[in-house]
Design a protein around this ligand. Structure first.
Ligand code: DX5
Ligand code: ZN
Length: 232
């Protein structure tokens, strides 16, 4: 799947990559999670973004494998599972069995264990992703990028939905785009945090191929219109 995002022909002639949208269910109505997922699926979502928080890596606590296993029945869209966890490696198998299609671990949590994490995720039949906090420099993740199918750049401090997009991350997005193009590496380049109509445009211009959006989708009474507005 990652391979069809960017098609390189020649340096002068890069076909613009298709940009996709992953609504983050952190902003959905948790009392009707299945119905919310069916609604964004019908409204044109491309993936479902699932935020897992351990109350240690981030000061918030959300859901784990049992909930993911249940909501797996509500859509056929891929699950993009974002692990905001200090010790994600011990739980990879549980998330894979629950139905994750992408498992994204943080560079701040894994450091030099990133290649091992990517291998473990692939061995489970899942695509590996790496996430980077706003204040973490690109140089910290660069040596590991070739191991991953998805690069998730945080544009808010992780932990909560509804925060303001940090424009200070835009140079890092551009740098990641350049690195992926230069190395002909077809990974998905994703942004997460404060994505709305305006900031989506900035992120798309900087070269992202996947927009994660919580509040701007689930906070809109028309999910289809909200998703389309991110791509306009
Ligand atoms: C924040 C999460 C995000 C969050 C984004 O730590 O990783 O996925 O749901 O929410 P919005 O789009 O509301 O900033
Ligand atoms: Zn997230």
């Amino acid at each position: 799947m990652a391979g069809d995002i960017t098609i390189l022909r020649s340096p002068q002639e890069r076909r613009p990559a298709a940009v996709r949208v992953a609504p983050s269910i952190l902003s959905a109505d948790f009392s009707r999670l299945g119905a919310e997922i069916r609604a964004v699926t019908k409204a044109g979502a491309d993936l479902i973004h699932v935020d897992v928080m351990d109350a240690h890596f981030v000061p918030n606590l959300t859901i784990g494998p049992p909930v993911i296993r249940k909501i797996r029945q509500s859509t056929r869209l891929p699950f993009d599972v974002h692990l905001m966890m200090t010790h994600p490696l011990s739980y990879l198998e549980a998330f894979a069995k629950a139905g994750a299609d992408y498992l994204t671990v943080h560079v701040e949590a894994c450091g030099s264990r990133l290649p091992a994490a990517a291998r473990a995720i692939r061995a489970l039949g899942v695509r590996p992703g790496v996430a980077v906090n706003p204040e973490t420099p690109f140089a910290r993740v660069e040596p590991y990028l070739h191991h991953f199918d998805l690069v998730l750049l945080m544009t808010v401090h992780p932990g909560f939905g509804g925060q303001k997009f940090m424009r200070s991350v835009l140079p890092k997005i551009r740098r990641a785009r350049q690195w992926l193009d230069r190395n002909h590496h077809p990974a998905i380049l994703s942004v997460d945090g404060g994505i709305d109509e305006k900031t989506a445009c900035l992120a798309r211009r900087a070269g992202v191929t996947l927009l994660v959006a919580g509040n701007s989708v689930f906070g809109n009474s028309n999910y289809g219109r909200a998703i389309r507005s991110l791509l306009a």
